[in-house]
Design a protein. Structure first.
Length: 319
């Protein structure tokens, strides 16, 4: 990682696979599906959730490795253990916080990322069905995650062998979770992975505007509706809501992975800069031409590369 003129230097991968180029074209061609949703319509959330489930089920059908899912309840919070038949180690765990714009996410089909990571890292993963807005706005989902973390620490795990991985809204919540644990003077998990984190619900990052024309997945119009559902009457710059504004001092090592063609890119770069300013060990890897949470597609060479990096990162830092 490098620093130039006190600004975080953005490393860009120079190559984009032919598979990614093909899928990028398909994403731009199909982006009209989400663009045609009238997000002011009372049924827009239901339509969005169905669209998300459909797309994620399509990605799950591409998984080619064996995996195991075990449904559990942790203090009334639904969760799924994700593992592979080859995993022998049970002392380590990665908590996975799915994305979904704070309003969507089915943990049983929003699972291609943890399945890939469990297979690569040989670490069991616990995916959390945290509370979603608008039915359960801030701070309900955050409280669920803190509760699950404390449960693990009281049932055989230590903070030193717990890692956190969050994508998109789950990435923002992962940061908020660590901020809350720090406020509670609790021990922090050993490692934090972030995939295309959405951590600024105030939309103050420059790439919300500068990359709007190249993002095939997200729009600020869409995200604004969902942010309002989650935030409601709270202060949007509250660090427990927009964790990009948080103080990351004493945070564990962080790995951030994002695509160069997503409007949330400035969230990743600002998080990395903030972490570096607080002398937190942080790596930022931006994949050229790739889109929001590209790792969800298990067929992409870039996904395999990113998952391999995350696997090495967690195995290095969990004890």
């Amino acid at each position: 990682m490098s620093q130039i003129n006190n600004e975080f230097h953005i490393p860009i991968n120079k190559e984009m696979s032919t598979e990614a180029q093909t899928i990028a074209k398909m994403l731009f061609a199909s982006s009209e599906e989400s663009e045609n949703i009238n997000f002011s319509h009372p049924h827009s959330l239901e339509i969005f959730r169905r669209m998300m489930d459909k797309n994620l089920k399509g990605l799950l059908d591409k998984i080619s490795v064996d995996y195991l899912l075990e449904r559990v309840s942790i203090d009334g919070i639904r969760a799924v253990w994700i593992s592979t038949p080859q995993i022998q180690e049970d002392k380590k765990v990665i908590l996975y916080l799915h994305g979904g714009c704070y309003v969507s996410g089915n943990i049983e089909i929003y699972s291609t990322i943890p399945i890939q990571l469990a297979h690569s890292s040989q670490i069991n993963i616990l995916s959390i069905d945290y509370s979603l807005a608008p039915e359960n706005p801030f701070p309900n989902g955050l409280n669920d995650l803190v509760k699950v973390f404390h449960y693990l620490c009281n049932h055989g795990y230590s903070a030193n062998n717990i890692g956190i991985l969050g994508d998109s809204a789950g990435g923002g919540l992962a940061l908020s979770m660590l901020l809350k644990l720090k406020e509670m003077n609790a021990k922090l998990p050993a490692a934090l992975g972030l995939l295309s984190p959405w951590a600024d619900l105030s939309f103050s990052g420059e790439t919300f505007n500068t990359l709007a024309g190249v993002d095939p997945i997200l729009s600020q119009e869409q995200l604004s509706v969902f942010a309002n559902m989650y935030v409601q009457k709270e202060d949007v710059k509250n660090p427990f809501i927009s964790s990009v504004y948080g103080d990351y001092k004493d945070f564990p090592p962080m790995m951030i992975i994002a695509g160069s063609h997503e409007i949330l890119l400035s969230d990743s770069t600002r998080i990395a800069q903030n972490a570096m300013n607080q002398k937190v060990e942080v790596s930022l890897d931006i994949f050229n031409g790739l889109w929001h949470v590209f790792c969800a597609d298990p067929t992409l060479p870039e996904s395999k590369n990113a998952i391999k990096k995350l696997s090495s990162f967690f195995n290095k830092n969990l004890f």
